[in-house]
Design a binder for this molecule. Structure first.
Ligand SMILES: [Zn+2]
Length: 174
């Protein structure tokens, strides 16, 4: 069990000390994630936050979450369970100025490809997990093959569900 108190982390301290926080949370508890999703959401998500430092003194927060959410297939409009498996690493920055400096480097083509997070003294760990989950849900989820689907929809050689990450990856920089 994770008490509501232990959700609050100081990300920089978290990274410096290599701390890990993990737990299981009901999907329905993620209010922002559930906006626009069908009800009920009776699934659960396993989540994990891990802090670490890199060799150059950079502080990082690794965010992971895995589970299923219920979505509406945008092809047949039936509810379906969408598996989510999120892994992301956020480079922690201390100030907004630092973020702007990183953005300037990136605009110059000299920056890294990391996503940045300006760390506050106290952040809600589950909020950070939720941010990643929201980005992982595709805008228009669809069955790989709709049950009783349209005759023209499938020829049996379905390449599988498209990755929800590919398109989002470009949008979600800090
Ligand atoms: Zn469908």
């Amino acid at each position: 069990m994770v008490s509501s108190n232990s959700r609050l982390v100081d990300p920089l301290e978290f990274a410096r000390n290599g701390r890990v926080l993990q737990g299981e949370a009901p999907v329905a508890g993620f209010a922002r994630l559930c906006e626009g999703l069908p009800t009920p959401q009776d699934g659960k998500l396993d989540w994990r936050l891990a802090g670490r430092m890199d060799g150059q003194g950079g502080a990082w927060l690794d965010v992971q979450a895995r589970g299923r959410v219920r979505v509406i297939c945008q092809r047949c409009l039936q509810a379906m369970d969408l598996p989510l498996d999120v892994v992301n690493s956020l480079r922690l920055l201390r100030t907004q100025e630092e973020l702007e400096a990183m953005d300037a480097l990136e605009a110059d083509g000299r920056g890294g490809v990391a996503e940045y997070l300006v760390a506050e003294d106290r952040m809600d760990g589950l909020d950070l997990v939720e941010d990643e989950l929201i980005l992982a849900v595709p805008y228009a989820p669809m069955h790989a093959a709709c049950p009783g689907g349209r005759p023209d929809a499938d020829d049996g050689s379905d390449p599988g569900r498209p990755s929800p990450f590919a398109a989002l990856e470009r949008l979600k920089k800090h």
